[in-house]
Ligand binder design. Sequence first.
Ligand code: NAP
Ligand code: ZN
Length: 349
Amino acid sequence: MSVKAYGAYAGDKPLEPMEITRRAPGPHDVQIEIAFCGICHSDLHQVRAEWAGTRFPCVPGHEIVGWVSAVGAHVTGFQPGDLVGVGCIVDSCKHCEDCASGLENYCDGMVGTYNFPTPDAPGWTLGGYSQQIVVHERYVLRVRHAEEQLAAVAPLLCAGITTWSPLRHWNAGPGKKVGVVGIGGLGHMGIKLAHAMGAHVVAFTTSESKREAAMALGADEVVVSRNAGEMTAHAKSFDLIVNTVAAPHDLDAFLVLLKRDGAMVLVGAPATPHPSPGVFNLITKRRTLAGSMIGGIPETQKMLDFCAEHGIVADIELVRANEINTAYERMLKSDVKYRFVIDNATLAA
Ligand code: NAP
Ligand code: ZN
């Protein structure tokens, strides 16, 4: 099946309309008509070849929501018309320890939603900036939000789960002081989720202009991280800091804010490394510096259900397909509150 998509033919070229093909659904496949797809900073890193190994043409997009349009003969969990989502994973080995634990995101055979090898044409996966996608049922999530909220649900599929997973793993909740660094797509979801989990949430931003908006998202306090005085006021006080920043920066400035046994989890994935942090800032308080990558399928479903129950969606700005390149430029200037989402119906225009 040939479908319309938006992608790039090279790292230094803008994204443009293209036609791609999707396989006919196999026995365990779900075919999805994509209604909306979020724009993640990872899309930009990958399509501009800031990360190694981009295959072109590259069609990004891994915050996918839409309706089931067809199912394979052996699919029992979904039927045409169902509201569903697809995140960053479309396949994995299905039998390793990670897959058995529902942590397909750490499977060595994980197949990402774009830029990963696949038997389908053209030989690598093509993502959600497209009209349809075909995915094995194991990697399809059920969306229980109201249909009117669908566009704002899309960012939960990456920004939501990528912050949810470390918040849960490091036990964010009542009595815990949790920092979220960078109020972009990931960060604004981190604030909402940590707040809903009952933690005391401190948002760190480089943008003075986001101070009030961060409180509205659910932060209890906001720190402008360029202001040294505001930073020192929080020294040795955090249980957990989730750092979403997409650019290299001084990690020590945040490590010293952790209390004994506190952890800072890096989820931001800049194209060039952070300056190496000072060892003494780790050993003197038995602090942990960790990383976390998206989340497994069962925990993604849990996160979606939690969000549906608590009325949580992303704050979004809806764009047309022909506005994707402009959206990228604005994202680089932190000029989005807080996630661009593509209206995939505009791919047909
Ligand atoms: P985003 O919307 O661009 O947000 C990043 C935020 O970081 C910005 O809004 C800005 O917040 C802050 N920031 C940007 N440049 C900065 C700088 N030079 N110094 C300090 N702060 C800066 O990006 P996103 O979509 O949330 O993604 C963030 C990062 O996470 C990207 O690198 C992405 O590839 C990565 N990611 C990782 C995973 C994973 O599994 N680990 C999953 C998805 C995305 P303020 O204006 O508030 O300072
Ligand atoms: Zn993403």
